[in-house]
Design a protein around this ligand. Structure first.
Ligand SMILES: [Zn+2]
Length: 433
């Protein structure tokens, strides 16, 4: 018979609270194990018992996250995520407005009628899971392993949505008569074409002159540690489809053909070498990247008749899309290239300089995590690009982005309550009386 072990009371209590916070359970079953000395390496189970945790402090952010993660809301399907959020917000005095455009559900919720308006923005849709066999657990049955919450949308961005709701509930409980208004702009089409989502809601709000002062987008902005990076802007994105026209012929009779690869190569080299700007305090220098080149018949003895190229500018606020177009055309013309070009502007650059919103976020992050956050404009585009042109200050702040869109997407459970606290402190900083 193994001899009874003595539990260190204080340590056991801490462990139970950690477990309960992690697992969101009302009861925790403890398996008491006693390690055996070498050569036996497996422990003996001494017994099990349960502890009732009802009434102890639950992680509300985790609970709501689990609820949202159980909804298989692949773009443009919201499932019932927005209803779950709206139910909670309605209870604390939000006016709920569903705005469905075509197959996309959008939610506009607002508490208060006065300015200034702090709007939480985000999306309930998630990217497809990919092969289920590659996941270690079902992407729509959230699971916690080693302190990490796994599930599609856990990082991008359902846990942030949960933190926003919980933060608002706590703030409203403390400040029922807060200044201004709190709003939520939630779409189920951020990961897809983004045609009937945020952009349409913003148009509807603009049409009735309803303005946001500050907008906090819950996209996963953090890199190594919660709050280490917030995005206070995004670069613009300009695409071009360039078709270079030549004349097909035999390689042995080049005087009878015009080789489009030859005519454009010097121009492309110059485009690659051009310094478009030097960026500024907030933006890196504008970049030019060729993403595709296609030409040729596959035969070694045929001069091709055309060459097709795709390229992209990620550009700062130091240049405009029109300037980039004009400078590109000037280079092509100077090299006597015969071409057609089609441009698509997929996003204007935007920037929120240091001001009320940035300061409130920096203070909140410092108070909760003890770190100084860094402002960044790196990364892809987000729905912030539709909101910023209305004149609102826009900031993206959320959990770590290392696993977004990947197999086994996950988030640190320990980051969820601090994120809710950060959001709540931003509310305190901007709307407390
Ligand atoms: Zn996202």
């Amino acid at each position: 018979m193994p001899s009874p072990i003595r539990l260190k009371k204080r340590k056991t209590k801490c462990n139970v609270i950690d477990l309960k916070k992690t697992l969101c359970l009302d009861k925790v079953f403890l398996y008491l194990k006693r390690p055996l000395p070498y050569p036996h390496d497996s422990p003996i189970i001494l017994g099990t018992f349960s502890i009732d945790l009802t009434g102890m402090n639950h992680s509300e952010t985790l609970e709501l996250s689990l609820q949202l993660l159980r909804q298989p809301s692949v773009t443009p399907v919201d499932h019932s995520c927005q209803n779950i959020m709206a139910d909670r917000l309605e209870k604390i005095g939000f006016n709920i407005e569903s705005m469905r455009f075509e197959d996309v559900d959008n939610l506009w919720a607002r508490k208060g009628t006065q300015a200034p308006v702090l709007c939480f923005a985000g999306h309930t849709d998630v990217v497809p899971t990919g092969s289920l066999d590659d996941w270690n657990s079902d992407p729509f049955v959230p699971e916690i392993r080693d302190g990490k919450l796994y599930g599609r949308g856990s990082a991008d961005m359902k846990t942030a949505l949960a933190a926003m709701v919980v933060a608002s509930e706590r703030f409203v409980a403390k400040h029922p008569n807060h200044k201004g208004s709190i709003a939520f702009l939630i779409t189920s089409d951020e990961e897809g074409p983004s045609i009937n989502g945020t952009v349409k809601v913003v148009e509807a709000l603009e049409a009735r002159n309803e303005k946001m002062t500050w907008c906090l987008v819950g996209e996963p902005s953090s890199t190594n540690q919660l709050g280490d990076i917030v995005k206070n802007g995004r670069r613009g994105s300009l695409n071009a489809k360039l078709t270079v026209k030549g004349k097909q012929g035999h390689v042995a009779y080049p005087h009878l053909a015009i080789n489009p690869i030859h005519t454009v190569s010097k121009a492309l080299a110059e485009l690659c070498d051009t310094v478009w700007d030097n960026g500024n305090e907030y933006f890196p220098a504008t970049s030019f990247q060729i993403s595709n080149i296609h030409s040729g018949t596959g035969a070694t003895n045929v001069v091709p008749g055309t060459m097709n190229t795709l390229f992209n500018f990620r550009y700062s606020t130091e240049v405009t899309a029109e300037e980039l177009k004009a400078r590109t055309l000037e280079i092509l013309d100077r090299h006597n290239v015969n071409y057609d070009i089609e441009w698509t502007l997929s996003g204007l650059p935007f920037l929120t300089p240091v001001g009320e919103l940035v300061n409130a976020a920096q203070n909140a992050i410092r108070n909760v995590t003890g770190i100084e956050t860094e402002l960044s404009t790196s990364g892809g585009t987000s729905d912030g690009r539709f909101i910023a042109p209305t004149g609102a200050q826009v900031l993206e702040l959320g959990v770590l982005n290392a696993s977004i869109h990947q197999i086994d997407e996950h988030v640190n459970v320990a980051d969820l309550e601090p994120l809710a606290e950060i959001y709540e402190q931003i509310l305190e900083g901007l709307l407390a009386n």
